[in-house]
Design a protein around this ligand. Structure first.
Ligand code: NG1
Ligand code: MG
Length: 519
């Protein structure tokens, strides 16, 4: 799994047979467009896919393991380094997009050592620049601080819908960082290095994200999902689904509600990140001995609910002088009970209340927790957020345990139902405790379940975007029909034919990042 990003020799190395014809056409169009834009062929194409998350929602930034898989939709960057800088001490970037009307072309002269990103404006090239900034840091570490980056001409084609919960941003940032590494002569880009730099880079665009998407985008392998864990260090391993009868299929359905983290971060995504770190600090202050410090881990705000779990159980062992035999699942069950006893205010906690429990001033609290990314809230719902995170981390463990047991027997309906029940429980928790669903996603899930889905839930950040459904293969047509009748037809005339076509896809686990050398 670890090791260098593969160099693809044919598109068959990248796409599943069913996707190949349409992708071949798209790649040819990209190469032709590059030539007509820049006057010559590109040297290579860097590619990173979007992902769908199967289970483990909103827990990556609390450093709990997650189970996503890559999808066919991806970001492609065709690149050439045949370009001279014009200003001394700088390199040049020419960047264009095949969707020129939506994403206008730009030219930049960038000083060797300072990539400026204005995160206050919503500009598509910011994602490229954030990958650029991270990749250059890594290149300077490797080759010395006087490293001179190559100038580049770039043409992008992205098919992951933006704001759709399928991680268009991570696909773009990882493809960008990979393109820059390859353009600067790196023949073997290490997957872990690329992922870690993309995680940190994406935060430069204004979202305090976890590391699931970048990991899924870089590490995925065709035909399997990916189990990603973040502690003690980033690890990803392929996971296969056992053979079942009826056979299972993942369907992804768009809600067409766009949720843009860049715009709504202060009340949605970034606020949840803050609430989870505050919950960790609060539980630590109440449940651990006075003065206990949580580990400064790689979570966005430096402490995490997972860090609290580790510290809490390590201290328990220390005081009782025993070595804990508690399984991860038993620990999480205990944490759920402790959350109920400790965080008793469903209406949430004010800054003053939290600061006084932590023994710090409100100013100190603001500096530590809410200064990096702006958030807007009177009260922080620590009980609900911790409840969701611990129970979702537990569901991931339960889901993995099921995948590791054989379904057994001729008919595996009971096993399929158990898998689905965990997905349904995630949706309930996301809707009620984490408040990251929306009426449209709830409705897509209810319709799908009525038509035969075992388990239906939002995927990605939520508040709109996409949903994922575990459906028996023989019910796919019925579920599609039900959505058409009860959901999509009601959105007409807002939806174009093309959108309607793309609204529902059968998701086949695709491959991760690759560099494709153009002959
Ligand atoms: P989306 O919005 O689907 O890209 C986001 C985060 C993930 C994870 C999920 C929720 C980014 C780049 N990604 O995914 O890290 O926290 O929400 O599980 O912000
Ligand atoms: Mg994203």
């Amino acid at each position: 799994m670890a090791g260098p990003v593969p160099i693809a020799r044919s598109l068959g190395d990248i796409y599943t047979p069913d996707a190949l014809p349409s992708q071949t056409k798209r790649w040819n169009e990209l190469l032709v467009k590059f030539e007509s834009t820049y006057g010559h062929a590109p040297e290579f194409v860097s590619r990173s896919p979007g992902r769908v998350n199967i289970i483990g929602e909103h827990i990556d930034y609390s450093l709990y393991s997650v189970l996503p898989m890559a999808i066919t939709a991806d970001a492609l960057l065709a690149v050439s380094t045949n370009l001279a800088p014009t200003e001394p001490g700088t390199f040049k970037l020419k960047i264009a997009n095949v969707q020129a009307a939506k994403f206008p072309a730009h030219e930049f002269d960038i000083p060797f050592d300072a990539v400026e990103i204005d995160a206050t404006v919503h500009e598509w090239t910011n994602y490229f620049k954030s990958g650029l900034r991270g990749a250059l840091e890594l290149l300077r570490k490797k080759h010395g601080k006087d490293f001179k980056p190559k100038s580049m001409k770039i043409l992008m084609d992205g098919t992951v819908p933006a704001g759709g919960g399928l991680s268009s941003s991570a696909a773009f940032v990882t493809a960008s960082a990979l393109a820059i590494m390859a353009a600067n002569g790196e023949q073997a880009v290490d997957k872990t290095e690329l992922t870690e730099l993309a995680i940190v880079s994406e935060r430069a665009v204004g979202v305090n994200s976890g590391g699931m998407d970048q990991s899924a985008s870089v590490f995925s392998e065709r035909g399997s999902a990916l189990f990603v864990s973040f502690t003690p260090s980033l690890k990803a391993r392929p996971v296969h689904f056992p053979k079942t009868n009826p056979e299972l299929v993942f369907l992804i359905a768009q809600s067409f509600v766009t949720s843009d983290k860049f715009v709504t971060g202060p009340i949605h995504y970034n606020l949840r990140v803050v609430e989870c770190s505050l919950a960790a600090a609060y539980l630590n202050a109440v449940l651990n001995p006075p003065g206990t410090q949580l580990p400064a881990d790689a979570a966005p705000l430096g402490i995490s609910l997972h860090g609290f779990q580790e510290t809490y159980f390590a201290l328990q062992e220390h005081t009782t002088g025993t070595t804990s035999t508690k399984s991860a699942q038993a620990q999480l069950e205990e944490l759920i009970a402790l959350t109920n006893q400790t965080l008793t205010k469903p209406e949430g906690y004010t800054r003053e209340e939290i600061a006084s429990v932590l023994g710090i001033t409100v100013d100190e609290l603001n500096i530590q927790f809410t200064s990096r990314f702006p958030v807007r809230a009177e009260r922080f719902k620590l009980h609900q957020r911790a409840q969701h995170v611990f129970s979702e981390a537990l569901r991931v463990q339960q889901f993995m345990a099921l995948l590791e047991t054989s379904p057994g027997g001729e008919d595996t309906s009971a096993y399929n139902t158990q898998l689905g029940a965990l997905l349904n429980a995630t949706q309930t928790s996301c809707r009620e405790a984490y408040e990251c669903s929306c009426a449209e996603i709830d409705s897509l899930c209810a319709i799908a379940r009525r038509a035969g889905s075992y388990g239906s839930r939002l995927t990605g950040a939520g508040w709109g975007g996409c949903s994922v459904h575990l459906v028996p293969a023989d019910k796919v047509a019925a579920v599609r029909e039900a959505w058409d009748k009860e959901y999509y037809s009601k959105l007409v005339p807002q939806l174009s034919e093309e959108q309607k076509e793309a609204a529902v896809v059968v998701s086949r686990p695709g491959s991760g990042s690759a560099v494709y050398l153009v002959q």
